[in-house]
Design a protein around this ligand. Structure first.
Ligand SMILES: [Zn+2]
Length: 211
C-alpha cells in the first residue's frame, strides 16, 4: 500500500513533458506501481491534449518523458540482466535503464552501493542498494532529490518509506535515512545537484564516491 505519492506538481510536470529524463524515469516507475497517480497523469494528458489543439504544436517528441517512453517501446535489451536481489520486482522502466547501465555497482560506504543508470547535465539517476540496518550519512540537497523505494523500506523524520513510495526533498531538508532491519532496501534516487553532507569527513571523500 503506497503511503507517499508523487506530488501533483511533479505529475503535471511529467504529463507536460517538462521534467528532465532522470526525473521522468522516476515518475514513470512510480506510475508502474501506482494506480492513483497513473489516473492523475491520464487526466492531465487528456486535458493537455485538449489545450494543445488550440495552441501551436510544441514537439512533445523532444521531451524527456518521450525519451523514457521511447526506451520502453524499444526492443528488449540483449545485455545481461542486472544482478540485483529481487530484480524481477523492479518496475519495467528502471529495469530497462539498469540493464543498459550494466552491473557497475560502486561502493559508497559501509553497506551502501550505487549504480548510476542515467546522467545528463540536468540530473543524475542512480539505483542505491542499502544493506539491512544501514544508514545514509546525514545530508541535505543542492537542489531537488527524488527517491522511489523499489524493495525493502527505510525510515527518516518524515516516516517510513516502502515499495512504491516517493520522497521529494530540496535544499531546506536535512535528513538521515535508516534502512529497516528486515531486508535490503533498493531505491531509485534522482538528484539535480550534488548532496551536501553534514560530516566534514564524508565531504572529504565525496568526490571519490561520485555523489
Ligand atoms: Zn502514486
Amino acid at each position: 500500500m503506497i503511503q507517499h505519492h508523487a506530488t501533483d506538481d511533479l505529475l503535471l510536470e511529467y504529463a507536460a513533458g517538462g521534467l528532465d529524463e532522470g526525473s521522468s524515469l522516476l515518475v514513470a516507475s512510480h506510475l508502474a506501481l501506482c494506480d492513483r497517480c497513473r489516473q492523475v497523469v491520464a487526466d492531465a494528458e487528456a486535458l493537455g491534449g485538449a489545450l494543445l489543439e488550440s495552441t501551436p504544436a510544441e514537439s512533445l517528441a523532444d521531451s524527456a518523458a518521450a525519451a523514457v517512453l521511447a526506451r520502453l517501446d524499444g526492443p528488449p535489451t540483449q545485455r545481461r540482466r542486472v544482478r540485483v536481489a529481487g530484480d524481477g520486482r523492479l518496475p519495467v522502466p528502471v529495469r530497462r535503464y539498469a540493464a543498459e547501465a550494466g552491473a557497475h555497482w560502486r561502493l559508497m560506504g559501509r553497506g551502501v552501493r550505487q549504480l548510476v543508470v542515467h546522467r545528463s547535465a540536468r540530473s543524475t539517476a542512480r539505483l542505491i542498494r542499502l544493506a539491512p540496518g544501514s544508514r545514509v550519512p546525514e545530508h541535505t540537497h543542492g537542489g531537488r532529490e527524488l527517491t522511489l523505494v523499489l524493495t525493502g523500506a527505510y525510515r527518516d523524520a518524515f516516516g517510513t518509506f516502502a515499495r512504491g513510495d516517493v520522497a521529494e526533498h530540496d535544499e531546506s531538508v536535512m535528513h538521515q535515512p535508516a534502512v529497516t532491519d528486515e531486508a535490503e532496501c533498493i531505491v531509485l534516487a534522482v538528484t539535480d545537484a550534488p548532496l551536501h553532507f553534514r560530516s566534514p569527513l564524508v565531504r572529504l571523500v565525496q568526490p571519490l564516491l561520485g555523489v
